[in-house]
Design a protein around this ligand. Sequence first.
Ligand SMILES: [Zn+2]
Length: 289
Amino acid sequence: MPDAMVLPLLIAALLALAVAMWHRRVPPVVAARTTTAVLVLVAAVAVPTVWLAGLSFLTHAPVIGRWLDACVDSLGAHHQVAPWIGVPAVALAAVGTWRAVGVVRTYRGLRHTDGGVHVVDHPEAFAFTTPGRHGRIIVSSTLDAHLTAQELAVVLAHERAHARHRHDLYLLAAQISAALLMPLHPLVNRLRYSIERWADEDAVVECGDRRLVARTLGRVALIGAAPQPALAFAGLGVPARMAALMAPPVRRSGRMHRLALVLLIGLTAVFAAVQMRHLVDMVLAFCFG
Ligand SMILES: [Zn+2]
């Protein structure tokens, strides 16, 4: 792999690691937005690198290489890539594209635009929000029957926060990034947690009682079924979310932490722009020779 590709990957990996360690020390809204931006940026740096490595390998492969011979100059793919890098790169690019298309298809199949709260007759206890503009809030009849009016108000406030802030789009961007680049999956779980915390804090603002939100979360987790769908009320990190609700709200991180993160994000954004430019050049070379 050319050295020019290694530095952007190292910086992107460092950024992903920094955000993974830092996301619980800042308000959830900051953590969710930063983590989503980092997921997209890291994918924008790494995916073109993987594609370029795969394509450089293919241009020198025995049979396919002859077919791609005309592209070598326009792609600048003069470096011969070793098979131990080239074969996984081609596989990662192909599988990643197939998985990303699957994520978009699933999203389009699940989205709703008519909003509202729908109680469905079901023996399990759950509540979640469907993706899409004006996402639909689904509450099972079992959960509805087990909760007091106050607790149900907490659940609905939490789910309305998901719909109002379009958390489905954060998850969609993150899931596409992780589909294209599988090592990003742990960061998607951290984003899910931050999004749930964000909705919990919105429920606190609406209901005015941190302990009530924490208690409702615990109650729903105890009577709910597992596994729960995305954006479910008690779907992820319940003990940690209850502990966060029992503690005072998280304040902004220190100035040095913020400065270091902004510098890393800025540097990764520059590398992402350069890599995306290479990718566009590659596509144009394929399409127009
Ligand atoms: Zn939720």
